[in-house]
Design a protein around this ligand. Sequence first.
Ligand code: SF4
Length: 467
Amino acid sequence: MTDQNELKKGLKILMVRPKPSPETIGLQHLMVVEPLELEILYALKRPQDEALIVDLIIEKKPFGYFLTTFQPDVVCFTGYITNVGTILTYCEETKKYSGGKTITVVGGVHCEVCPEDFDHPMVDFRVVRNASKVFTGLLDHIAEPTALPAGIFRPGEKVDPVLLPAFDFSYMLPDRTSVARYRHRYFYIFHDKVALVKTSYGCPYQCSFCFCRIITDDHYHQRPVKEVVDELENIPEKEIYIVDDDFLFDKKWLTQFITELRKRNISKHFLVYGRADFIARNPELMHEMAKTGLRTVIVGFESFSDEELSEYNKKIPAGLYKQTMEILNREKIEVFATIIVSPKWDRNDFRNMVRSLQALGIHYVNLQPLTPLPKTGVHYDDKDILIDRKEYEKWDLAHVTVQPEKMSVAAFYEEILKAYQRILYRPEVLLKYLMTYRPVMLYKMLVGGYRVTLQYRKKIKEAKKHA
Ligand code: SF4
């Protein structure tokens, strides 16, 4: 399979997005979006290479089928913390299938922050820094003896963060045609056939629980407005999910963005992440954004207690949320809220959270039990951690990983499930969705929600068994 002379002619590269483990509680039931990082790598292959992206979230066929039919020289994997175990299994399968000849490469945000989790004899290369800059050099290195680019590590090599190359944030355009056969399947909650765009890297804030800001080691970089709008102009999809950690940050940048979109007559619907304080303090800009296609903002409210917000270093007073929601409701911008469920909570805290959300008119929410993700500022003693660090698939921000202080684990899961039901399944909310979105999207959400409910019920049963 991997004769050196043949390799000089070009490599066959399989690029894989893994299937989520059945243990992972599931955003995949409510969203499947394009694998942008693989599309960028695809664009970076050399002219003599042949590549195939396989999205195993969507594919019915197993990973082994693509090994056998495509017969790759190199297999590249990307994923989050929940995918670590699956990726290592795929690497073992790859080596077994090819008698050890096929090269395995792992990258993605978890590998960049926790490369030690992929330090495994079946993983030939870990891409830890500037993947979009070093990928072509890595292919050269695999094809013939050239220097291994900095930021890539072999098994057993220790990654010293101090010695890593500086971040290079220059942008490489993804090749969106590489997932042409999947594109019609990508959606995010009610946004159907959605395309992804990134306009900045990192976040200027330092919330203690946040993994995103660790990826860029607290650096923040914005792409030029013109470059972003050039990219948008060439995307056929109407629905655009801007995957910046915090899109609503720089007033000047956003004003130029609006001007440029209008100048070029670009009409899209945008789904973005934004902070509650920015929205509350910039009503005019939010009005202009709404007129230019902003449809939904994902807002990390996190908590309605100032004490908790300060513990999370969120730097927002809860009193501001009323103003945030008045503006969003006035502009008819949909809100997806995230709330952190603290292990300190009792039943009353759950009730107060539900009441606060209802009073603010928020009806779509993601409840995340506080999770001490590696290298973030949230730490607990080992005795309080309920899930082994190696059970990666359960570190999904939905499992309860820290022992609740005031109730059993089963009761804690029950409270989460009850809260979801009280917020999401009110008749007036369902009626509103029915009148706003296509029935097929509503059906998809109900089925997705039902699957997540079943997963939570399973957790409750398990927790009771182990109590
Ligand atoms: S939670 Fe949001 S605002 Fe806070 S650091 Fe992370 S991305 Fe930034």
